[in-house]
Design a binder for this molecule. Sequence first.
Ligand SMILES: [Zn+2]
Length: 282
Amino acid sequence: MAYRSSSQRHAPPSPTQIDLFLEVGRRLDAKGWVAANDGNLSVRESDGTFLVSASGAPKGYLRRDQILRVDSEGKVLSGEGRPSSELGLHLTIYRERPDVSAVVHAHPPVSTAYAVAREPLDACVLPELVLTLGRIPIAPYATPGTPELGASIVDAIRTHDAVLLANHGAVTAGKDLESAYFTMERVEHGARILLYAHLLGRVTPLGTSEVERLLATSGPRAGGPIPCVPADTAVGSDAHRHRETGDEVSVPGTPRVPASLEGADAMDLARVIREVLAERLE
Ligand SMILES: [Zn+2]
């Protein structure tokens, strides 16, 4: 039984906040990034409560009464129905990121395809993505709608505003709803370009010196560590990281060929042969 407090205890959400909530829901639907009642969004209010979409509500046709107010434990304070089944994912992000006040979760097809292929968007390819998000990691697979989904993204969300969810979708965080939504737009747009480049037969990451020159234009981040994998380090570091961690880290569209076949194990050789043959057959 959901706990409900007096509606007098919390000021009603501002009309602007609600309008933005509804608008982001409509955009997610119009862009085809959610199907039926997929996806969910939330906002952290200044009083420490949260607005979240109701479970089962289609985002393209969200009604005002389907935006619920909940506390930090997920108890419903106002609104009708149950909160989204992914509320735990949202609350985990707010706990890990005090700087974040909005979260958007959707299933954009191209980003989700990369999440299904377990191909993180980590190569330094598009200057805009290098400067804004760096790289976009993939959180390990976890069952949707369970506490495990929140736990699966803890490591990645601490240092990234956008995370792909293995075999599931994407989640983005921002200082407000507009910012979290625009990050989702950036992720899907970047993923689409990388997919097209891959279909054209070549994804060309920027080199270290090109990325350093790019970062030098960005003010506060100038001189910081390179946030993605440049072309000239991609193959070697990828192979090393893959062996050391077992993570599926790779440069999208680039066969994961070891720096040298000398010392490559049977698995490496089998994979290289498979990838070369697959490319020839395309
Ligand atoms: Zn989902």
